[in-house]
Design a protein. Structure first.
Lengths: 667, 281
């Protein structure tokens, strides 16, 4: 015989202001099998919880319904209280009287009626609850960090410094990411390389970190604590142990006119190359798409000149199979390039460049050694225009969001230009100046007031070239929408930050959601910003949305803490609210007919077909089996099961029917 | 497939040359063009500034007559008329209630089944595939293709060509041997309806369009809109006076250029009606 206890909470006045809690408790108390129905002002408080604990013992309760707020708020609280009172925690249910009733209705009798109905459904449900035991899964204490930019580096170092093993995967030949391309950083104007390169070296030398560059994730299987990841280590055509990084091969390679990715196409590189002098690892790779030997079968000059005979033309790609406990995605972002803008000539004009190209121009290690020289003729631009919001906040271009970093780096660019070209004129077209951040607005004011950068609030409609000048036509909205025309020598577009190439592909491999712009999606925009909706996979940096360095680093450390917390225990405990395919004794084994409908609909790849064999090894029966480690309890398989062989623990068909029937019946 | 044509006011008035060249091409290529009977004003700029229902009812009536006469596609040479007709079709398609209301107003049954083509689309569909075999005098000139505003805007509604950097007219011109120049003024404003009330504004804006075409070394400006044509051609004396210049670059309708290329006489395509002498032919 069920003995249910019902505890109606007033939630201060949150519930009692519109719901007659006394009437609810009294009405419910008259129901069959309800051993106790009582009310209290704050059920979640210590006295409230004690009330529940003591009632369980005193009335020998077999189930508890707490009629209070959303289970998202306090279900763990009350389940813990029940456990302390000696009841299996999964015999406790919550009736949501706050979000589902009192907050959304006026005070009247109908509201109280509805509250009674909500509690009744849970009373009927909890009668059918069964005691469940938490699921325990083992944890592999090795983390994988995908992406070797500043976010990945920070995460990897933080996790490694907690004493855990980290495997870092970077698809390009060197770690460092976009930050290694930057000249100076806002708002302090300290050199980006100077603060980054020591951390890159630390990654390479850390005893807990294994670094695979020129490598990409091939596939991901498994679940939190137990991922199986295949990584393709692309052939570098090089014996990395034999190579000393002397660089002789790179100077002798006859291919010298390949656009240099690190210089954003503003410089050239050979086919065997190290992306930049401070690269980690400082070893070359052969770019097979441009190498004369791979294209024509002849050359091999690098092999001839190599003093340690480290070149390996026949090296195959290598597939690594790794056991991983947690994954941090830190794949970063990309920017739209100047060819995205029809109104600015679709990239036809050489002297219209994007923000990253300007970074390389301003960088001491860049193609001009830090001199601001325009690409077309190498002259110093006397009049330069910066366009903030090129593509961002422009629904017509398909990018409605703010790219966040452009206001600040545009101010920095204009400042760097003024510091290097004293007599030059810098103009910035902007929509709004978004400079929220520590010392950020002061930085922008400094550009305007001390460096006399001409800020014009308005957008640019078109840019065209005439007589070697770029005609920038825009509007000054602070001067009554007055048309402005500037004859510029060079234009820098602060183009929109977008998801990195391959982000969608990777998200699908990881089974992680992403938004319409292909940025990785967090589990909750406020309270779970570093988690994804797949347990054990975390986000760091600009793969989630455009972010500056401080934000990326903060988030990366946040992700690292989540990984460290996960690794702090040898076993994981999960709620046992998973789907199960029933099992019966032979010869039936299960009512499942192995139709396999459930398998493709499972979003978590948790279902496989199990074979039952006779003694002679013959397969006598097949039935679906659900991996409780992978199952997230979504219930999709339950809905598609044609033989009703699957039930979701804690939300069985019978429990749901009981709730519905309770609503249909009078009491 | 029955093809109709909606001339609108310009083609029977200030842009008779455009009308003549369209029909000359139709005749030369054996294309049927049925004028929509009892057509009315499209509403032009006035209607949609004053009364939304009126601005939709006027084009809806034209389209309903076309539908009633079994016309499957309507050629609309004037860019402004084209815009009004397409916008009406778009608005009434997404708002069935409004469509019912407009049908009450015009006391006809507009359904939105006819396809509306601008002159470039018509040329693309019927003339370009066969123009090479008919070309006797390739149009070997450097041209500045000027699109103006309404041929490609609003882009979301028209869904035609690239709003910021349209290309279709340039492509058409290369098919008859012309060399389009890189022309940044191709969608700048010519002054449009200020042609009547503020000729000084037209002179200022159109002057820049002409100046850049000359600077780029174009032999002619190619247009597909009667309003653009009258501003760049008929207002040329005002423009030259305003800027103290002597611009002589002719302004030619795309249909006229094709006509010349296939050997039609300048008179046949209406070139003699221009204010600025067309010395190329």
């Amino acid at each position: 015989m069920a003995r249910i206890g019902v505890f109606v909470c007033h939630c201060g006045e949150n519930i009692s202001a519109t719901v007659d809690c006394g009437k609810v408790a009294e009405t419910i108390g008259k129901l069959k099998h309800v051993a106790l129905s009582t009310e209290y002002k704050y059920m979640c408080s210590d006295p409230g919880q004690t009330l529940i604990k003591e009632a369980i013992k005193e009335h020998n309760l077999t189930g508890v319904v707490v009629s209070a707020c959303s289970p998202r708020m306090h279900e763990p609280t009350f389940r813990k209280a029940c456990a302390e009172g000696g009841l299996n925690p999964f015999l406790c249910e919550m009736a949501n009287l706050r979000e589902h009733c009192s907050w959304v209705h006026e005070k009247n009798e109908l509201t109280t009626e509805k509250a009674i109905d909500i509690v009744r459904t849970q009373v009927e449900k909890v009668k059918l609850n069964s005691a469940l035991q938490p699921i325990k899964v083992p944890v592999t204490k090795t983390a994988m960090v995908i992406g070797g930019g500043i976010a990945g580096i920070q995460s990897a170092l933080d996790i490694a410094n907690c004493g855990h093993k980290v495997i870092m995967i970077e698809r390009s030949p060197s770690i460092g990411g976009h930050m290694s391309q930057l000249s100076e950083t806002f708002p302090t104007l300290d050199c980006s390389q100077c603060i980054l390169t020591p951390r890159m070296v630390e990654v390479a030398q850390h005893p807990n970190i294994t670094l695979y560059t020129y490598a990409e994730v091939e596939s991901v299987e498994g679940f939190i604590g137990n991922f199986k990841v295949k990584v393709r280590k692309k052939a570098k055509s090089l014996d990395e142990k034999a190579c000393t990084g002397c660089g002789l091969c790179t100077t002798k390679c006859p291919q010298k006119k390949i656009p240099n990715e690190f210089e954003q196409g503003m410089g050239m590189r050979p086919a065997i190359y190290v992306p930049f002098p401070q690269a980690v690892p400082n070893r070359p790779v052969i770019d097979k798409e441009h190498c004369t030997y791979y294209l024509k079968g002849k050359c091999k000059i690098c092999e001839i000149v190599c003093p340690t005979k480290a070149i390996r033309f026949d090296q195959p790609d290598e597939i690594l199979e790794l056991e991983i406990g947690a994954i941090v995605v830190a794949t970063g972002f990309d920017i739209k390039h100047a060819d995205f803008f029809p109104e600015y000539g679709y990239g036809r004009y050489k002297d219209i460049i994007d923000g990253l190209q300007f970074e390389r121009l301003a960088s001491a290690s860049g193609p001009t050694s830090g001199a601001i020289l325009r690409p077309s003729d190498g002259k110093v631009p006397k009049n330069i225009v910066f366009i903030a919001c090129a593509g961002s906040r422009d629904p017509a271009k398909g990018i409605a969001y703010c790219s966040k970093i452009c206001c600040m780096y545009t101010a920095k660019h204009a400042m760097l230009y003024k510091h290097k070209v004293h007599e030059g004129k810098a103009h910035v077209f902007y929509m709004d100046i978004r400079s929220g951040g520590k010392n950020y607005d002061e930085f922008v004011r400094r550009a305007i007031e001390e460096d006399h950068v001409n800020y014009i609030r308005g957008r640019v409609s078109t840019i065209f070239e005439r007589d070697g000048k770029l005609f920038v036509k825009g509007v000054d909205t602070l001067l009554g929408a007055m048309p402005v025309e500037i004859e510029a020598d060079m234009v820098v577009l602060a183009t929109a930050g977008v998801a990195n190439s391959g982000a969608e592909d990777l998200a699908q491999k990881l089974h992680v959601s992403y938004d319409s712009h292909k940025f990785f999606a967090e589990a909750h925009p406020k309270l779970k910003p570093v988690e994804t909706n797949t347990a054990g996979i975390f986000l760091a940096g600009a793969c989630q949305n455009p972010k500056d360095i401080p934000d990326s680093v903060s988030q990366a450390s946040g992700a690292a803490v989540k990984v460290a917390a996960l690794f702090s225990q040898s076993e994981l405990t999960r709620e046992p609210l998973v789907a199960v395919v029933n099992r019966t004794s032979p010869p039936l084994y299960s009512t499942c007919v192995a139709c396999g409908m459930c398998k493709p609909v499972c979003p978590y790849q948790a279902i496989e077909l199990e074979e039952f064999k006779a003694r002679d090894g013959r397969v006598v029966k097949k039935a679906a089996r659900i991996n409780e480690g992978l199952c997230q309890g979504c219930g999709t398989c339950v809905a598609v099961c044609r033989s009703k062989s699957i039930d979701l623990l804690g939300y069985s068909n019978n429990q749901v029917y009981a709730e519905v029937v309770a609503l249909l019946n009078d009491y | 497939m029955k093809t109709g044509i909606y001339p609108g006011c310009s083609l029977t008035g200030s842009a008779r040359d455009y009308n003549e060249s369209v029909f000359a091409l139709a005749e030369a290529f054996g294309l049927e063009l049925n004028q929509i009977p009892d057509w009315n004003c499209c509403g032009a700029t006035a209607a949609h500034n004053l009364n939304k229902e009126l601005s939709l009812a006027l084009p809806a009536r034209i389209l309903a007559i076309a539908e009633k006469n079994g016309i499957d596609e309507i050629i609309v040479p004037c860019a402004a008329c084209y815009s009004r007709l397409v916008v009406t079709q778009h608005e009434l398609k997404k708002n069935p209630e409004l469509k019912n209301r407009i049908n009450e107003v015009i006391e006809m049954d507009y359904r939105g089944t006819s396809k509306i083509l601008n002159v470039i689309e018509w040329i693309d569909k019927y003339i370009i595939p066969v123009v090479a075999e008919k070309t006797v005098k390739p149009f070997n000139y450097k041209v500045a293709c000027y699109y103006g505003c309404l041929l490609v805007r609003p882009n979301k509604v028209l869904n035609y060509d690239r709003a910021e950097d349209p290309q279709t007219m340039d492509v058409v011109m290369t098919k008859i041997g012309a060399v389009p120049v890189d022309y940044p003024y191709k969608t700048e404003c010519c002054g449009a309806g200020f042609s009547v009330s503020r000729t000084d504004i037209v002179s200022k804006l159109s002057g820049k369009i002409i100046e850049d075409a000359e600077y780029r070394g174009a032999d002619a400006i190619i247009v597909a809109c009667p309003m653009c044509h009258s501003n760049l051609d008929m207002r040329r004396p005002d423009i030259n006076k305003y800027w103290a210049t002597e611009y002589k670059i002719p302004v030619i309708f795309v249909t006229q250029a094709i006509g010349l290329a296939i050997g039609l006489s300048p008179e046949k395509v209406g070139l003699k009606r221009h204010f600025v002498d067309v010395k190329i032919s």
